[in-house]
Design a protein around this ligand. Structure first.
Ligand SMILES: NC(=O)c1ccc[n+]([C@@H]2O[C@H](COP(=O)([O-])OP(=O)(O)OC[C@H]3O[C@@H](n4cnc5c(N)ncnc54)[C@H](O)[C@@H]3O)[C@@H](O)[C@H]2O)c1
Length: 246
């Protein structure tokens, strides 16, 4: 089955981890994938390995460069069907708010939330013009429930979920859907620096008793951003091994 034949997808934060797995899955189902990320070495490898069609070094917080790059992609391909925003950082962990610096807080909000605003704003006009689009932001269960010791991450992901809900409703009467995903812990490079006690705590909260895999995430995401998913917008999908109860 080639669900994404003739479709153009932009994946921000697609150089590794969850974004990379989604890129691989979309390509395996016939899509054309352009990855935007800050990891130049990983981007070069993607191109060398012919793993994706295009790769650009763009920081999601750089609104003008981001908009310019998206515009160039649209001009080259003539359309843009899918935006997946998997860019994100964890920031400090095991750090109560009294020890959490405002610089760290501003940095994480800038990437995880302001970046999502930038990229959504950049793709919407083209999607409105073609009356079709699928936007998916990777949020977190932490944004739903609150993870102690990670106020920046929790607050930025909660804000991201608000963005998804609001913008989803703004375009609900068009062919554009805007959704989010709230994973529990998924095995990716992002967790390598997470405090081991914090990781243990987060895993212990998953009823299935294990970490999720990037392939499991890619499978769900690819349905959400497919043409089949026509009656879902402004929603935060669960992928938490039973952790989420709402
Ligand atoms: N892995 C998990 O347990 C988990 C759980 C819940 C949510 N998430 C979310 O899923 C998303 C992907 O996480 P992952 O686990 O694949 O992590 P990852 O670190 O492997 O991937 C994140 C990607 O985002 C890119 N990125 C970071 N800052 C950027 C910026 N300013 N501009 C552009 N790209 C930037 C990184 O370079 C990296 O390629 C993140 O938003 C994360 O918060 C992850």
């Amino acid at each position: 089955m080639k669900r994404f034949e003739n479709q153009i997808a932009v994946i921000v934060g697609g150089a590794r981890g969850i974004g990379r797995a989604i890129a691989e899955r979309i390509i395996s189902e016939g899509g054309i994938v352009c990855v935007l990320d800050v990891l130049q070495t990983e981007l070069d490898e993607l191109i060398e390995q012919k793993a994706v069609q295009q790769a650009f070094a763009v920081d999601i917080t750089n609104e003008s460069l981001l908009a310019e790059t998206i515009q160039n992609i649209i001009e080259l391909h003539g359309r843009l069907d899918i935006l997946i925003n998997s860019a994100g950082i964890v920031g400090p962990t095991a750090t109560k708010i009294e020890n959490y610096s405002s610089i760290d807080f501003q940095k994480i909000v800038n990437i995880n939330l302001n970046g999502a605003f930038n990229v959504t704003k950049a793709v919407i006009p083209q999607m409105v013009q073609q009356n079709y689009g699928r936007i998916l932001h990777v949020a977190s269960i932490g944004g739903k429930e609150g993870n102690p010791g990670m106020v920046g991450y929790t607050a930025s992901k909660a804000g991201l979920m608000g963005l998804v809900k609001g913008v989803g409703k703004e375009y609900a009467e068009t062919g554009i859907t805007v959704n989010g995903l709230a994973p529990a812990v998924i095995a990716t490079p992002m967790n390598k620096d997470t405090n081991p006690e914090m990781l243990k705590y987060m895993t212990s909260k998953i009823p299935m008793g294990r970490l999720g895999t990037v392939e499991e995430v890619a499978s769900l995401v690819c349905w959400i951003v497919s043409k089949e998913a026509t009656f879902n917008t402004g929603f935060i999908f669960d992928i938490s091994g039973g952790r989420a109860t709402f």
